[in-house]
Design a protein around this ligand. Structure first.
Ligand SMILES: *Cc1c(COP(=O)(O)O)cnc(C)c1O
Length: 389
């Protein structure tokens, strides 16, 4: 672009291109088989989606989405506090609260919006926030927006967390908030809620735990790892992953819900979720607790696949979930592998800095209950082929 005012954009893009970190979008359309996509006319098995239970295309989910769409129209017409609270919004909140055995649930438009705005509304400039070094970008942004003092403790290192609290002193702050995720989105490993809960209790800190990747997959009836943990003050879930749709929710006490309705900008100043999405979520929350067979199949796939990868000498770091990073190292090799896999019929994206640390570029494989054993075998065969090259 011409003109001095745009120089920063030219420079920034050049920077990304030269370091092999330039990102671009690639359109696909859903394929005929579940869990497949069509890219440039080629059908690929999707090994990078978050649709862990295959619900995005489930007939019952689609049907109820269409039903609500016809009954209520395409949009919700306003924000929740104006005319955008339909009976179906409240019914879904009540259904989820009773499912998750929480006093209250509050819906949000996306996990990103929830984390940025809820954390910002909980803390102020006199608060202390301690966040795991590997939390999702939305959590980090929320902490930054709050203007609180922000410290990052080493990933899952509870001694470090404790030392940071001790070193800060606990008295000078309006409140202390600990931010973590049950399943970390890039490494597929878990936090230790017992330890975090004990520390939160000891220092009278608020414990905020994002359950985005565990919901539907882990915990009793797939209700996540925060489920029935009384020490978690704010349990965060998203609907774009196992629920197969879109949106997010906070499971909290009634007074935290009331507080957020009154003080959280990301809840107040935005159009509420559309009826078609509420319909899909209503159906998905009926289905998820009963999908034990799918979860079993998924866990079998996970165990088998990870063992085979490790046998091949590939590192999957600490992953013990459906998110399986295969660490490659440099950006270019990770990209090359992703291209190779695509040529062999798989869609798997390379994850590079700045999303992950330099030297830890990876392909991030996600398994879904809709993958067949044959599909998992086929992927393993291709990875073997790549190693031998
Ligand atoms: C996916 C994800 C989000 C973002 O949720 P969206 O609804 O996709 O915006 C937030 N937190 C974590 C841990 C996630 O994995």
């Amino acid at each position: 672009m011409a003109g001095r005012k745009w120089k920063f954009i030219d420079n920034a893009l050049k920077n990304r291109r030269e370091s092999g970190q330039f990102r671009k979008l690639t359109p696909v359309i859903p394929g005929k088989e579940p869990g497949t996509v069509i890219k440039n006319g080629q059908e690929l098995i999707n090994f990078c989606s978050n649709d862990y239970l295959g619900l995005s295309a489930h007939p019952y989910v689609v049907e109820r989405s269409v039903e609500f769409l016809h009954k209520y129209g395409a949009g919700s017409t306003a924000s929740r506090l104006i005319s955008g609270t339909y009976d179906i919004h409240e019914q879904l909140e009540e259904k989820l609260a009773s499912l998750f055995k929480k006093e209250a649930v509050l819906l949000f438009n996306s996990g990103y919006q929830l984390n940025t705005s809820v954390i910002a509304s909980l803390a102020n400039r006199n608060s202390l926030i301690l966040a795991d070094r590997k939390v999702h970008n939305s959590i980090l942004q929320g902490a930054l927006l709050s203007n609180a003092e922000l410290k990052r403790y080493d990933h899952n290192d509870h001694d470090h967390l404790r030392a940071m609290i001790e070193e800060s002193g606990t008295t000078g702050y309006s409140r202390i908030i600990i931010l973590s995720e049950t399943v970390f989105s890039m490494d597929g490993d878990r936090n230790d809620l017992d330890k975090l809960g004990a520390i939160a209790e000891e220092y009278d800190a608020i414990l905020y735990s994002d359950d985005a990747h565990a919901l539907g997959v882990l915990g009793d009836r797939g209700l996540g790892l925060n489920y029935e943990n009384d020490r978690v003050d704010l349990s965060i879930g998203t609907f774009g992953k196992s629920f197969g749709a879109f949106g997010a929710f906070a499971s909290v006490s009634q007074s935290i819900k009331d507080y957020l309705i009154n003080y959280c900008g990301g809840f107040i100043y935005t159009t509420s979720l559309p009826p078609s999405v509420i319909g899909a979520l209503d159906a998905a929350s009926d289905l998820i607790p009963a999908m034990e067979e799918e979860r079993k199949q998924l866990q079998n796939n996970i165990r088998y696949f990870r063992n085979e990868l490790n046998e091949l000498g590939l590192s999957t770091v600490e992953s013990d979930t459906q998110i399986i990073p295969v660490i490659i190292g440099m950006e270019k090799e990770a990209l090359d592998l992703s291209v190779f896999l695509e040529e062999n019929g798989f869609m798997i994206t390379a994850i590079r800095p700045p999303t992950v640390e330099r030297g830890s570029s990876r392909v991030r494989i996600t398994l879904s209950a809709s993958h067949t054993e044959a599909q998992v075998e086929a992927l393993l065969a291709s990875l073997k082929k790549w190693i031998r090259k």
